[in-house]
Design a protein around this ligand. Structure first.
Ligand SMILES: NC(=O)c1ccc[n+]([C@@H]2O[C@H](COP(=O)([O-])OP(=O)(O)OC[C@H]3O[C@@H](n4cnc5c(N)ncnc54)[C@H](OP(=O)(O)O)[C@@H]3O)[C@@H](O)[C@H]2O)c1
Length: 319
């Protein structure tokens, strides 16, 4: 089954996820969708110092939004801020230092942020594919801590702040790679079988899609979406997937093309006409399963995921 899923997915990727896929999809984009002024609205972008996150932050700044860059490295974050403010002329760009694999740090950051700021749109973009099983200081597997638990805690702690605002949105940058994985709640820390970083990453990205659907069903005031940026030429792809990068480097999307649907989901009125909770690719909601791939999880397993994340989150809540 995994050979079937991987092959169908890769063929789909060659057609849709490369630069050519973007160029043909973009022929149906309505340019007016992004001709918006978001002055007075506040956006948070995690992993905003690089790649898709930085390209997204720049497009939002260009449209007048207040942008909070959430990054783990101060120098890289300040450099990105300088580039964004210089290129867009928007000075309302702020740096916050946070490691998304540190659940206690996320709690503290989000609680403090709630006291000091407003927020209309949260963009969960930070992500990693660590290819060897590595544990954080809290004993959590690094990919899971960053991609799934970090996203869960940041979003759930900030939800009350978002719910106070007009037109609140949460966008999570998942990946089409999740299509090859069925939710597995029995081994969230990937310690039971031989470790495969690509598959652990895909499992985390599947979890993000399920979180988005679940949140949408219980928080009707907020518009949630997850998305796939396509295959874009970013530092993460070069360093975490060197073989893939070598093979595909001439066909990859630019960072801006990868960011296009994130920006569209974050700023356009058109995005909010779509139902909340869906998975997007090139400005359209798309299926979260490949045909005949048997990747649909039971509602019971989805509920177990939510419970496990809530329990873990509470363990790290500052007392
Ligand atoms: N590029 C693609 O083809 C592609 C395809 C599918 C999905 N995605 C998703 O797109 C998102 C952005 O990735 P990208 O391709 O743009 O790669 P990127 O340029 O390497 O960006 C990843 C960002 O996440 C940050 N990050 C990673 N771990 C973090 C942590 N523990 N705490 C805080 N920040 C952390 C990185 O910070 P540092 O600079 O400090 O490392 C960087 O800013 C990711 O969620 C990725 O899974 C990308």
């Amino acid at each position: 089954m995994s050979l079937y899923r991987n092959s169908v997915w890769f063929v789909k990727g060659l057609r849709q996820y490369c630069r050519g896929g973007y160029e043909s999809a973009s022929k149906r984009f309505d340019p007016e969708d992004l001709e918006v002024d978001v002055a007075g609205r506040s956006f948070m972008v995690t992993g905003a110092n690089s790649g898709i996150g930085k390209a997204t932050a720049k497009e939002i700044a260009r449209r007048g939004g207040v942008v909070h860059l959430v990054c783990r490295n101060k120098d890289r974050a300040e450099e990105a801020k300088k580039e964004i403010t210089t290129e867009t002329g928007n000075q309302a760009v702020f740096v916050h230092i946070l490691d998304m694999s540190d659940p206690k740090g996320i709690w503290e950051f989000a609680e403090q942020f709630k006291k000091e700021h407003r927020l209309n749109v949260l963009i969960n973009n930070a992500g990693c594919m660590v290819n060897k099983r590595e544990l954080t200081g809290d004993g959590l597997e690094k990919n899971f801590a960053t991609n799934t638990l970090g996203t869960y805690i940041l979003t759930t702690v900030l939800l009350p702040l978002l719910e106070r605002e007009d037109d609140p949105r949460v966008i999570t940058v998942s990946s089409g790679g999740m299509l090859v994985q069925k939710l597995n709640v029995s081994d969230l820390q990937s310690g039971d079988v031989a470790f495969d970083g690509t598959m652990v990453y895909a499992q985390n990205k599947r979890q993000q899609v399920i979180l988005t659907e679940r949140w949408a069903s219980v928080h009707p005031r907020v518009h949630f979406s997850s998305m796939h940026p396509g295959w874009a030429d970013t530092p993460a792809v070069r360093t975490s997937m060197p073989d893939f990068y070598e093979k595909m480097k001439n066909r990859l999307r630019t960072e801006a093309q990868g960011a296009d649907t994130v920006v569209w989901l974050a700023v356009s009125p058109a995005a909010c006409k779509q139902a909340s909770g869906q998975f997007f690719q090139d400005r359209l909601p798309v299926s979260t399963h490949l045909p005949l791939a048997q990747t649909k999880a039971s509602p019971g397993d989805e509920e177990k995921l939510m419970q496990a994340l809530e329990e873990l989150s509470q363990q790290f809540k500052p007392r």
